[in-house]
Design a protein around this ligand. Sequence first.
Ligand code: SF4
Length: 370
Amino acid sequence: MNSARVNLLGFDRNGLREYFAQLGEKPFRADQVMKWIYHQRVTDFTRMTDLGRGLRDKLLEVAAVTPPTTLLDQHSSDGTRKWLLGTDSRNAIEAVYIPEPTRGTLCVSSQVGCGLNCSFCSTATQGFNRNLDASEIIGQVWVAAAALGNVPHQQRRITNVVMMGMGEPLLNFDNVVRAMDVMRDDLGFGLASKRVTLSTAGLVPMIDRLGEVSDVSLAVSLHAPNDELRTELVPLNRKYPIAELLDACARYAARKPRSSITFEYTMMDGVNDHPDHARQLIKLMRRLPGKVNLIPFNPFPGTRYARSKPEVIAAFQTILMQAGVMTMVRRTRGDDIDAACGQLKGQVLDRTRRAAEFRKRIEEGVTHAA
Ligand code: SF4
């Protein structure tokens, strides 16, 4: 693509209308183009037959619809599918599709790598390179939709999107919010807000900011029921300890009366899976409406952690359920193609100094990544 051309995947509806206004075009033309892109999965302006020749020629000159390049498309024996998507000449990210009988969930990345350094996370071992722009985030959904034959409002293969892949989405706030707007727009992928979930390691100020501009579902990577252990697993906890995080979650839930927050809890053998941990977790869950997702840890080369035994996970779940805490155990999917939760790696050209600076900025309370 001519690099001077504007990638229309980077706009939400208002942004695209503004761009079309700059081209001297009416807003409904932008709406027509959105439908072609997201409902018909057409990227070639010459095929957008209701646009008129003049506009098509103009778009061919100044714009393009360019999703990320598919470098690898892997199929698991359980139906899970994983795409390795090139975002530039040296980096790649991963998106995963998990089909279930009643829904299809797409897990999407928000950054190339991640700088938060959670000790049990495969992505963290790759370091951090950069934020994805909005076109690269919505582009993951576009690529999956095209591969799966997804048609919004008609033949939905993607019923849910979770921002739970590589990266911390709240550190790439504007791009993530814009991409989630397209996911929920009727002219985009048309998903209900509760079917789009943002998962965060717990950036308290940004949770509040998200509550001001969006009503997507919120998931929080908790993984431990006390500060000492959580700081070991999720170093960001030093900056935003559990009490502050839960207060922010309560504020978010209060803005969205019908929503409940999901707390992700990765089960690691002998680390956070003792019955005492379950009892501590019950005390936390009394503070706000939420459900707990227990995720059996997915080992990766070089990790010091192991997966909790199935009977330990079952006992942990029982303790929580008996106390009235809604608790699910997530089934491990896509094991044979390294697509299971926490295993996404992509190809990250780690700019080590940049990753260190990034972590320092977070420690200092800067909540926007470059
Ligand atoms: S668990 Fe999430 S926030 Fe933590 S390092 Fe991995 S991708 Fe980043």
